[in-house]
Ligand binder design. Sequence first.
Ligand code: GDP
Ligand code: MG
Length: 170
Amino acid sequence: MAKSAEVKLAVFGRAGVGKSALVVRFLTKRFIWEYDPTLESTYRHQANIDDEVVSMEILDTAGQEDMLQREGHMRWGDGFIIVYDITDRGSFEDVVPLKNLLEEVKKPKNLTLVLVGNKADLEHARQVSTEEGERLAAELSCAFYECSACTGEGCISEPFHELCREVRRR
Ligand code: GDP
Ligand code: MG
Protein backbone atom coordinates (compact mmCIF):
# COMPACT_ATOMS: atom_id res chain seq x y z
CA MET A 1 0.00 0.00 0.00
CA ALA A 2 1.43 3.31 -1.04
CA LYS A 3 -0.13 5.35 1.71
CA SER A 4 -1.05 4.64 5.27
CA ALA A 5 -3.52 1.78 5.63
CA GLU A 6 -5.25 3.71 8.35
CA VAL A 7 -8.13 5.88 7.18
CA LYS A 8 -9.71 8.44 9.45
CA LEU A 9 -13.36 9.11 8.74
CA ALA A 10 -15.53 11.69 10.47
CA VAL A 11 -19.32 11.84 10.34
CA PHE A 12 -20.99 15.24 10.39
CA GLY A 13 -24.56 16.47 10.14
CA ARG A 14 -27.27 18.18 12.17
CA ALA A 15 -28.23 16.60 15.51
CA GLY A 16 -30.86 13.89 15.10
CA VAL A 17 -30.17 12.93 11.49
CA GLY A 18 -29.00 9.49 12.56
CA LYS A 19 -25.22 9.74 12.52
CA SER A 20 -24.82 7.44 15.51
CA ALA A 21 -27.49 5.04 14.28
CA LEU A 22 -25.73 4.84 10.92
CA VAL A 23 -22.28 4.24 12.38
CA VAL A 24 -23.61 1.62 14.80
CA ARG A 25 -25.56 -0.08 11.99
CA PHE A 26 -22.45 -0.16 9.82
CA LEU A 27 -20.34 -1.61 12.62
CA THR A 28 -22.79 -4.04 14.20
CA LYS A 29 -25.56 -4.55 11.60
CA ARG A 30 -27.96 -3.57 14.34
CA PHE A 31 -30.14 -0.56 14.95
CA ILE A 32 -29.99 1.24 18.28
CA TRP A 33 -33.19 3.24 18.74
CA GLU A 34 -31.93 5.68 21.30
CA TYR A 35 -28.30 6.51 21.24
CA ASP A 36 -27.04 9.17 23.63
CA PRO A 37 -27.10 12.30 21.45
CA THR A 38 -24.41 14.02 23.50
CA LEU A 39 -21.95 11.18 23.11
CA GLU A 40 -19.02 11.57 20.80
CA SER A 41 -17.31 8.30 19.96
CA THR A 42 -14.49 6.92 17.91
CA TYR A 43 -14.54 3.38 16.64
CA ARG A 44 -11.96 1.16 15.00
CA HIS A 45 -13.02 -1.12 12.23
CA GLN A 46 -11.30 -3.31 9.69
CA ALA A 47 -12.86 -4.09 6.36
CA ASN A 48 -11.89 -5.88 3.22
CA ILE A 49 -12.31 -3.36 0.43
CA ASP A 50 -11.40 -4.42 -3.10
CA ASP A 51 -9.35 -7.31 -1.68
CA GLU A 52 -7.36 -5.11 0.65
CA VAL A 53 -7.59 -4.82 4.38
CA VAL A 54 -8.31 -1.25 5.40
CA SER A 55 -8.27 -0.05 8.99
CA MET A 56 -10.72 2.70 9.68
CA GLU A 57 -11.03 5.03 12.56
CA ILE A 58 -14.53 6.47 12.60
CA LEU A 59 -15.44 9.58 14.54
CA ASP A 60 -19.13 10.01 15.28
CA THR A 61 -19.46 13.69 16.13
CA ALA A 62 -22.12 14.84 18.58
CA GLY A 63 -22.46 18.47 17.60
CA GLN A 64 -21.89 19.60 21.18
CA GLU A 65 -18.36 20.70 20.59
CA ASP A 66 -17.30 24.32 20.32
CA MET A 67 -15.88 25.80 17.13
CA LEU A 68 -12.31 24.98 18.10
CA GLN A 69 -13.04 21.32 18.79
CA ARG A 70 -15.09 21.05 15.65
CA GLU A 71 -12.25 22.40 13.54
CA GLY A 72 -9.97 19.95 15.30
CA HIS A 73 -12.25 17.10 14.18
CA MET A 74 -12.21 18.45 10.67
CA ARG A 75 -8.44 18.64 10.63
CA TRP A 76 -8.22 15.12 12.05
CA GLY A 77 -10.30 13.49 9.34
CA ASP A 78 -9.05 12.22 5.97
CA GLY A 79 -12.56 11.77 4.65
CA PHE A 80 -16.00 12.95 5.64
CA ILE A 81 -19.57 11.73 5.58
CA ILE A 82 -22.16 14.47 5.72
CA VAL A 83 -25.52 13.05 6.75
CA TYR A 84 -28.93 14.66 6.43
CA ASP A 85 -32.40 13.34 7.23
CA ILE A 86 -34.71 13.06 4.21
CA THR A 87 -37.63 14.02 6.48
CA ASP A 88 -35.93 17.21 7.68
CA ARG A 89 -35.30 19.87 5.08
CA GLY A 90 -33.36 21.96 7.58
CA SER A 91 -30.81 19.18 7.92
CA PHE A 92 -30.42 19.21 4.12
CA GLU A 93 -29.89 22.97 4.17
CA ASP A 94 -27.11 22.44 6.72
CA VAL A 95 -25.08 20.42 4.21
CA VAL A 96 -23.58 23.25 2.15
CA PRO A 97 -22.47 25.37 5.15
CA LEU A 98 -20.86 22.25 6.64
CA LYS A 99 -19.11 21.48 3.38
CA ASN A 100 -17.85 25.06 3.12
CA LEU A 101 -16.47 24.91 6.62
CA LEU A 102 -14.76 21.58 5.90
CA GLU A 103 -13.24 23.01 2.75
CA GLU A 104 -12.01 26.05 4.65
CA VAL A 105 -10.35 23.90 7.31
CA LYS A 106 -8.80 21.40 4.86
CA LYS A 107 -7.46 24.05 2.49
CA PRO A 108 -5.33 23.72 0.37
CA LYS A 109 -6.09 19.99 0.34
CA ASN A 110 -9.04 18.75 -1.65
CA LEU A 111 -12.00 17.65 0.37
CA THR A 112 -12.90 13.95 0.31
CA LEU A 113 -16.58 13.70 0.96
CA VAL A 114 -19.69 11.57 0.55
CA LEU A 115 -23.29 12.67 1.09
CA VAL A 116 -25.85 10.44 2.79
CA GLY A 117 -29.62 10.96 3.03
CA ASN A 118 -30.76 8.86 5.99
CA LYS A 119 -34.20 7.69 7.22
CA ALA A 120 -35.27 6.44 3.80
CA ASP A 121 -37.76 4.16 5.58
CA LEU A 122 -39.87 7.24 6.41
CA GLU A 123 -41.05 7.76 2.83
CA HIS A 124 -44.41 9.19 4.01
CA ALA A 125 -42.62 12.01 5.82
CA ARG A 126 -40.08 12.75 3.10
CA GLN A 127 -39.21 16.45 2.61
CA VAL A 128 -36.16 16.08 0.38
CA SER A 129 -36.48 14.18 -2.88
CA THR A 130 -33.88 11.73 -4.11
CA GLU A 131 -33.32 14.00 -7.13
CA GLU A 132 -32.49 16.95 -4.87
CA GLY A 133 -29.95 14.82 -3.04
CA GLU A 134 -28.42 13.70 -6.33
CA ARG A 135 -28.29 17.25 -7.63
CA LEU A 136 -26.56 18.54 -4.50
CA ALA A 137 -24.03 15.71 -4.62
CA ALA A 138 -23.28 16.56 -8.27
CA GLU A 139 -22.74 20.17 -7.23
CA LEU A 140 -20.39 19.08 -4.48
CA SER A 141 -18.73 16.51 -6.79
CA CYS A 142 -19.25 13.71 -4.33
CA ALA A 143 -20.93 10.32 -4.17
CA PHE A 144 -24.51 10.17 -2.87
CA TYR A 145 -26.42 7.47 -1.04
CA GLU A 146 -29.88 7.17 0.44
CA CYS A 147 -30.32 4.66 3.19
CA SER A 148 -32.05 3.76 6.42
CA ALA A 149 -30.04 3.00 9.51
CA CYS A 150 -33.31 1.71 10.94
CA THR A 151 -34.19 -1.00 8.41
CA GLY A 152 -30.72 -1.36 6.89
CA GLU A 153 -32.15 -0.70 3.43
CA GLY A 154 -30.08 1.17 0.87
CA CYS A 155 -26.34 1.38 1.16
CA ILE A 156 -25.04 1.32 4.69
CA SER A 157 -21.49 0.07 4.09
CA GLU A 158 -21.05 1.66 0.70
CA PRO A 159 -20.53 5.29 1.83
CA PHE A 160 -17.87 4.15 4.32
CA HIS A 161 -16.15 1.92 1.79
CA GLU A 162 -16.31 4.46 -1.02
CA LEU A 163 -14.82 7.09 1.25
CA CYS A 164 -11.93 4.76 2.08
CA ARG A 165 -11.35 4.14 -1.61
CA GLU A 166 -11.29 7.86 -2.35
CA VAL A 167 -9.02 8.71 0.54
CA ARG A 168 -6.55 6.09 -0.59
CA ARG A 169 -6.77 7.09 -4.23
CA ARG A 170 -5.53 10.58 -3.45
P1 GDP B 1 -27.48 11.75 15.62
O1 GDP B 1 -27.80 12.86 16.56
O2 GDP B 1 -27.24 12.27 14.24
O3 GDP B 1 -26.37 10.86 16.09
O4 GDP B 1 -28.80 10.86 15.49
P2 GDP B 1 -29.16 9.47 16.24
O5 GDP B 1 -28.39 8.35 15.62
O6 GDP B 1 -29.04 9.66 17.70
O7 GDP B 1 -30.69 9.31 15.79
C1 GDP B 1 -31.64 10.31 16.12
C2 GDP B 1 -33.04 9.70 16.12
O8 GDP B 1 -33.40 9.28 14.80
C3 GDP B 1 -33.17 8.48 17.03
O9 GDP B 1 -34.42 8.51 17.65
C4 GDP B 1 -33.11 7.31 16.05
O10 GDP B 1 -33.83 6.22 16.52
C5 GDP B 1 -33.73 7.90 14.80
N1 GDP B 1 -33.20 7.32 13.56
C6 GDP B 1 -31.89 7.25 13.19
N2 GDP B 1 -31.78 6.69 11.97
C7 GDP B 1 -33.03 6.39 11.55
C8 GDP B 1 -33.58 5.79 10.36
O11 GDP B 1 -32.90 5.41 9.42
N3 GDP B 1 -34.95 5.68 10.33
C9 GDP B 1 -35.75 6.09 11.35
N4 GDP B 1 -37.05 5.90 11.20
N5 GDP B 1 -35.27 6.64 12.47
C10 GDP B 1 -33.94 6.80 12.57
MG1 MG C 1 -25.17 10.93 17.77
